[in-house]
Design a protein. Structure first.
Length: 97
């Protein structure tokens, strides 16, 4: 229990911030899972659509200070790599020709 008014306010603010951060981190995880589900279902159109949504959510979480920008970049990169695996790569000719 807080001993002073300022300590009690600090507890209220900390709880409010914890709930706010929890909302955004959960939202990031959920959108990531939805992208990976679309990749597992081998649905490229749905995967690209969900990837765009996930990238927007990650960017918003960074702006709000909930996650670090490098974590967001790493997560977006991994999701993009997973989505790109659904599309066949064109055969490239040997560069020495």
């Amino acid at each position: 229990m807080a001993n002073t008014k300022s300590a009690a306010k600090k507890l209220r603010v900390a709880e409010r911030n914890r709930m706010y951060n929890k909302f955004w981190t959960t939202r990031c995880k959920t959108t990531s899972k939805k992208v990976l589900e679309a990749v597992a279902a081998k649905d490229p159109d749905l995967a690209v659509k969900r990837l765009n949504e996930a990238q927007a959510v990650f960017d918003k979480a960074v702006v709000k200070g909930v996650i670090h920008k490098n974590k967001a970049a790493r997560s977006k990169s991994r999701l993009t790599k997973a989505v790109k695996s659904l599309f066949p790569r064109p055969e490239t000719e040997n560069a020495s020709n």
